[in-house]
Design a protein around this ligand. Structure first.
Ligand SMILES: [Zn+2]
Length: 104
């Protein structure tokens, strides 16, 4: 079973430095205005995924979410793409989704 909580992002950054390099190698970097393709696995919704093992458990990171965390050191509830490509790994295309409006 793959765990899918925010904890895994902290865990990955703190305990798997060597895999951080591996993750970065799976990003096809291009000009900053273009979308950066992910060369690894994708989930059924098209999001880039990176799996790693820790203490016998398998975790599956949403790559764009991890990139946001690595860049800004925080994990907002929803990180979206301004380009609408769920697989995109260009950090310039990551945006925090606005909080849902509260209606009475
Ligand atoms: Zn993009």
């Amino acid at each position: 079973m793959a765990h899918n909580t925010d904890e895994q992002y902290h865990l990955f950054r703190q305990s798997h430095r060597e895999l951080n390099q591996d993750l970065w190698r799976l990003i096809e970097r291009r000009e900053s205005r273009l979308c950066w393709r992910w060369l690894g696995d994708h989930d059924e919704e098209g999001y880039a995924r990176y799996k790693f093992e820790h203490d016998g458990e398998v975790y599956s990171l949403q790559v764009h979410r991890y990139l946001y965390y690595a860049l800004y050191d925080k994990l907002p509830p929803v990180v979206e793409h301004s380009c609408d490509n769920p697989w995109c790994c260009n950090m310039n295309h990551l945006v925090i989704a606005p909080a849902p409006a509260i209606t009475c």
